[in-house]
Design a protein around this ligand. Structure first.
Ligand SMILES: Nc1ncnc2c1ncn2[C@@H]1O[C@H](COP(=O)(O)OP(=O)(O)OP(=O)(O)O)[C@@H](O)[C@H]1O
Length: 233
């Protein structure tokens, strides 16, 4: 049995019927690529519980999570934007990973300090998001994710707005956290280079279905017309 199992999961938006089957092994990074509107974000939303499957089951570590509300799923998601509250300091934003209130007990503050250190942001505690670079803001959001201690981390084009060098740096951080914290990572990206760099396996999605999945290099080299079209090669 795979660590994450998405089995016959169906969801419809207007005229697009999506039907997903996908298995992700424990500790791997799986990239999800495919054309705009293919259903990549919807797939992540279904796993995260922000959308509810109309049919099929989602299992994580053997437990059926299909009907659980998002906050109790063993999953945390990092989006491209809107991960942080602009009026809250770094420490408050990260502290939200522990509980929804803003008053942190000393032991909680210690945990936040630990998480900020893990992402290389010691000394940034009292800044507001507006006083950080894009990469630093995503580091704050990652710190909150690791504080939530969920075994599955999902990235929805989380680094798409960053330049190539910074994107690589952020992916390196994710890879190192994956190893240290035994995370399983599902990562939507539009950049095949990101998939090649970070992902053991890649799933190619088109028109609401997983067209193919396998080793990243093999998927990117596939002769499947939809993949060649998408890559423009
Ligand atoms: N809230 C919504 N209401 C209605 N339709 C939606 C909604 N969200 C997404 N859709 C539609 O569902 C389909 C899949 O969208 P989704 O965002 O999952 O695609 P995607 O592969 O992530 O695209 P992109 O790469 O552009 O982010 C699209 O046709 C989109 O227009």
């Amino acid at each position: 049995m795979s660590y994450v199992e998405i089995k016959g999961v169906e969801f419809t938006y207007e005229d697009l019927l999506m039907h997903f089957d996908l298995a992700v092994e424990r500790g791997e990074v799986m990239a999800v690529i495919g054309p705009s509107g293919a259903g990549k974000s919807t797939l992540l939303a279904l796993v995260g519980g922000f959308e509810t499957a109309q049919a099929g089951r989602i299992l994580i570590d053997g437990a059926d999570i299909t009907d659980l509300p998002p906050e109790v799923r063993p999953v945390t998601t990092l989006f491209q934007d809107h991960n942080l509250f602009a009026h809250l300091t770094v420490i408050q934003n990260v502290g939200l990973g522990l509980h929804p209130g803003l008053r942190l007990m000393p032991a909680e503050k210690e945990q936040v300090t630990w998480a900020l250190n893990e992402v290389g942001l010691t000394g940034f505690e009292e800044r507001l998001p507006g006083q950080l670079s894009g990469g630093e803001r995503q580091r704050v959001a990652i710190a909150r994710c690791i504080l939530r201690r969920r075994p599955v981390l999902m990235l929805d084009e989380a680094f798409a707005a960053l330049g190539p060098a910074l994107r690589k740096e952020m992916l390196e951080l994710v890879l190192s956290l994956r190893t240290q914290k035994d995370l399983t990572v599902l990562m939507v990206t539009h950049d095949p280079a990101d998939a090649l760099f970070a992902a053991d396996h890649t799933a190619f999605i088109a028109a609401g279905k997983v067209v193919t999945s396998g080793r990243t290099a093999a998927v990117l080299a596939s002769e499947h017309p939809a993949i060649r079209d998408y890559l423009g090669t």
